[in-house]
Design a binder for this molecule. Sequence first.
Ligand SMILES: Cc1cc2nc3c(=O)[nH]c(=O)nc-3n(C[C@H](O)[C@H](O)[C@H](O)COP(=O)(O)O)c2cc1C
Length: 227
Amino acid sequence: MRLLVFNASPRGARSNSLAIIKHFLEGFEYSSREKPDIETVNLINERDDYAALREKLLVADRVVFAFPLYVDSMPGFLMEFFETLILLKGALSGKEFLFSIQCGFPETLNLRPLERYLVRLTGKFGAAYAGCICRGGMEGTRYMPADAPIFRKYRELGRIYAETGKLDPGILGEIANPEKLPRPVMLIASVLGRMGLMNGYWKKQLKKNGAYEKRHARPYDPTHLPR
Ligand SMILES: Cc1cc2nc3c(=O)[nH]c(=O)nc-3n(C[C@H](O)[C@H](O)[C@H](O)COP(=O)(O)O)c2cc1C
């Protein structure tokens, strides 16, 4: 069984997406009856040769796409790759597409519109939709230890997927928790936000990348175009 994994984070090998999916794959490999042939591709490093990746897709049985939410959608270069898959129309039937998506905001519901889109997209390619693992609040994941409870859940999900071919709905629900923050937590967050105590990490990131002064820029807003 050939499993092809696309990590479509712009951070490539240093990404949360890869750190997370590795645990799912560990569980999958552990419980597979025969040792699966797993290949992981960091899509960001392969943008010059999508044709070679399409060849890999053609010989894969199952395909996993792991990526972060970027501006309520997927990273642009993944969409670029998906658009080239139209060339394989008709040749993808029988292949299973599975998705692992995660985002920085804590509520998993941020990912649900994209999840619905991925169902439709898989259908357009004529592939079989195996499901979508969704989880919010994952920005710091790549620094977490391997025995973190959330990683255990991904391993368990992978294990059951190898045994049954299905994503366990109970574990999917546990991973997705919290779908929405409870009201009291929202209230506390809004007070802390007003006190400027919530954005320390992101401000540091903006400064590190020389973008702090541009944080209110709205380049596509016609009322804010430079004169
Ligand atoms: C340009 C950019 C846009 C982002 N947009 C969103 C977003 O719309 N919603 C959200 O919850 N997180 C957003 N995030 C946060 C990422 O989804 C989050 O940090 C994720 O864990 C990064 O995963 P990675 O290390 O695999 O790239 C964004 C991050 C960046 C850099």
